[in-house]
Design a protein around this ligand. Sequence first.
Ligand SMILES: [Ca+2]
Ligand SMILES: [Ca+2]
Ligand SMILES: [Ca+2]
Length: 379
Amino acid sequence: MCFVQLVLILLTVVFGAQRADAGLFSEKPIFLDTQVSGQPPANDGRRTFPVLSKDDRVLIEVFVGGLARGLTSGFTLAFVDDNLAFSMNFEIEKFEGVLTSEVGGRGAVISVGGNPASVRAPGYLGLLTLKARRDIPGNTTIRLKQSVTTMFDSETGDIDELDVSSAEIRFVTGQAFEITLDLDTSSGNQARTVRNGVAIGETVEVQVHGAALDLMVGYILRFDYDSTMVAFESFLPGTVFSAAQTVSPEVTARSVEVTAATFGGALNVSSGLLGRMFFTTQDSFVASTTIRLNTAEMLRSSEFVSAIPRSVTLNGVVDFDGDNVPDFRDFLLFAARFGETTSSPDFDIRFDLDGDGSIGFTDFLILSNAIEATREAPP
Ligand SMILES: [Ca+2]
Ligand SMILES: [Ca+2]
Ligand SMILES: [Ca+2]
């Protein structure tokens, strides 16, 4: 028998035997995915997370891929812990899912067991909570360890090794957050940045919505504007905080800076309403003015990170047919749209003059006032 034949026979024995013994979970990929709070679990590849301060938590969704269905009464998640790099940084607090462990893990390992539970595509196993034992430095990476990360197949009785090559989370510094300004006064983020038909003396609400806010302690926002056109009126912190603390806004001739923070520990939500700004148009407000959010900073895990600047535009003129004069043609165009809302197909925000998300009677009053004002204006 030549060497090649011997190798082939050995391979057949080894792999043939393994295949016969392997359960459904054998060599299936296991995924770690940071949770977006308030959203159902999704294996959407969120493999990075902002660095943690001591006692901060990160919630990690755990999935087993490539699986139609399976039955398990236990699995072990073991993190790579060379030089105790994992267990000195993190404590495994608990696992909640198809099987649950409230007592957490020991060192870098958690074993979760119970009555056989079924796992179905997309293979969601549950939520792993890690708590930082100390400030986690940027670029710290945690990953599961091959051969000791296993899952018990209750149907075949096999302890299957999972493929851990995608089971990794990296903690990063300087991870930006996102801001959207919204002139639609209805709740939620309609991302509306233009309003027409704004009257002189009207108070306009600018909602500031945030995303990727994980672990935020608080924020600073600076708006710049033309103070001959608008004046800053007031600021209200948003619902993203359960209890927000704030300091009086700092108002200059052309800007306003506001701040809000939570004293109750870093934020455990990813997105929400940061605050509402109110501006009142001045007597010289005529055609159009822009309010710019030029600086948006937040504090998370002892570092300041920023968001991309945004702006909103207020237009004084009410006009739909493009001749820059409010008249009966605009009234007819408006009538054809009356009653539509942001959920209507082809909703046209130009007709929603008060920015409440629907084309209604108050919008009609704004339009009719504009038509009458044009008529009264000197030629
Ligand atoms: Ca809104
Ligand atoms: Ca017109
Ligand atoms: Ca409206």
